[in-house]
Ligand binder design. Structure first.
Ligand code: PLP
Length: 402
């Protein structure tokens, strides 16, 4: 008899954002006349920028001509894009990088979820609490997390690093022995960041303990303050201990286009085996590359005009973040994040849980956010709003909350 992978039964029944979508759709069925403002899921609303549209149209034309048609592309991404990534995202920042270390993919979600496949099942995983759910769930599916304790809402074999107001949302170095450390900076959901000095402590720790950092920099483009690293490789020695995930989703409005990349430095060797070689092997077996049209679109971002246009869009979301922060503060809420990230993390009024606040906001103000507890037990009592809505709906949401 065929048996299922029982690890799947340890997962929460639904992915967080599917639960939210269901609640909103049920509410709309009963209240079709209510205008719901969605500041829940972190999806962009501005269209892709003109230089990308132009490049993709041209690529479509090429695909329609016998001479320029392309079939399967390289699993690792076309050289034209890998070279631009190396030049603009790394060499311009003084970080040495080779194109063979860049693996273009169709999303940081898949890559952050898939990467753990390369690593032994007995490795101990450390995650922040709250956390982007994919890191935890993908390790649950693989069977790396042990059983779920209903009382603590935690998995037995996972090391949770609480990030709360008490520690300024900065995770502390684990005291237990850990092997894989997931860090997301700027952080989803709390919107907070680490300075270079603080991130260096993590790199030094990983070196000392022979751990691997899985560094998700999907929101790097939203950094506004000085001294906040845009890449973990700005920290000396990081290429020996860190994998970096980057995405065009939030940087360039590619959530529907789908393009991202993962950096697997050649320096990382484990027991004499190169992770770069293993990831390459994995991708060649299980992935057939990102569409040529998409990669030409991503390439267009790496031009002066492309950079100017994406910055305008990011500026628009930053202004939304400011409107939300200020609006919430005026309404008497305690807020965090929103300065170097498109997420605003607020404390819910004391008598309510995160999900109760979600329901109240939906029913009374017709605003959708994300309950903090959906990201982990230490997220209880907090709530996430995103700056990715339209300007009008962001302003209206703040007016409703006044
Ligand atoms: N990483 C983080 C921390 C995210 O919040 C998200 C999306 O919300 C992703 C990765 C997914 O990125 P992509 O659209 O490239 O799959």
């Amino acid at each position: 008899m065929v048996k299922i992978n029982k690890n799947y039964l340890k997962l929460q029944e639904n992915y967080l954002f599917s639960t939210i979508a269901k609640k909103v759709s049920d509410f709309q069925k009963i209240n079709p006349d209510k205008k719901v403002i969605k500041l829940g899921i972190g999806d962009v609303t501005l269209p892709i920028i003109p230089v990308v549209v132009k490049a993709m149209k041209q690529a479509v034309e090429e695909m329609g001509e016998k001479e320029t048609f392309k079939g399967y592309g390289p699993e690792q991404g076309y050289d034209f894009l890998r070279e631009k990534i190396v030049e603009w995202d790394y060499q311009k920042r003084g970080i040495p990088m080779e194109k063979e270390e860049i693996f273009v993919s169709d999303g940081a979600k898949c890559d952050t979820g898939n990467f753990q496949e390369l690593l032994d099942i007995n490795n101990t995983v450390a995650i922040t609490d709250p956390v982007y759910p994919v890191y935890l769930d993908s390790n649950v599916m693989a069977g790396r997390t042990g059983g779920f304790n209903r009382e603590t809402q935690k998995f037995d074999r996972v090391v949770y690093m609480p990030v709360t107001e008490k520690n300024g949302f900065v995770p502390e170095l684990p005291k237990e022995k850990v092997d894989l450390i997931y860090l997301c900076l700027p952080n989803n959901p709390t919107g907070t960041v680490l300075s270079k000095e603080k991130l260096k402590k993590w790199v030094d720790y990983a070196k000392e303990k022979e751990a691997l950092i899985l560094f998700d920099a999907a929101y790097e483009a939203f950094i506004t303050e000085e001294n906040i690293p845009h890449s973990i490789y700005e920290i000396e020695g990081a290429k020996e201990v860190a994998i970096e995930f980057k995405s065009f989703s939030k940087t360039a409005g590619f959530t529907g286009v789908r393009c991202a990349y993962t950096v697997v430095p050649k320096e990382i060797q484990m027991g004499g085996v190169s992770l770069n070689t293993l990831w390459n092997r994995r991708q060649c077996t299980k992935f057939n590359g990102v569409p040529y049209i998409t990669q030409r679109g991503a390439e267009a971002i790496y031009t002066e005009e492309g950079q100017k246009q994406i910055k305008e869009n990011i500026e628009y979301y930053r202004e939304n973040a400011k409107i939300i922060r200020e609006g919430l503060e005026k309404a008497g809420y305690t807020v965090f994040g929103g300065i170097n990230a498109p997420y605003i993390w607020l404390k819910v009024p004391e008598q309510l849980t995160s999900w109760e606040f979600f329901d109240k906001l939906l029913e009374e103000k017709n605003i959708v956010g994300t309950p903090g507890s959906g990201f982990g037990p230490s997220g209880e009592g907090y709530f996430r709003l995103t700056a990715f809505g339209s300007r009008e709906s962001t302003i209206e949401a703040m007016q409703r909350l006044k």
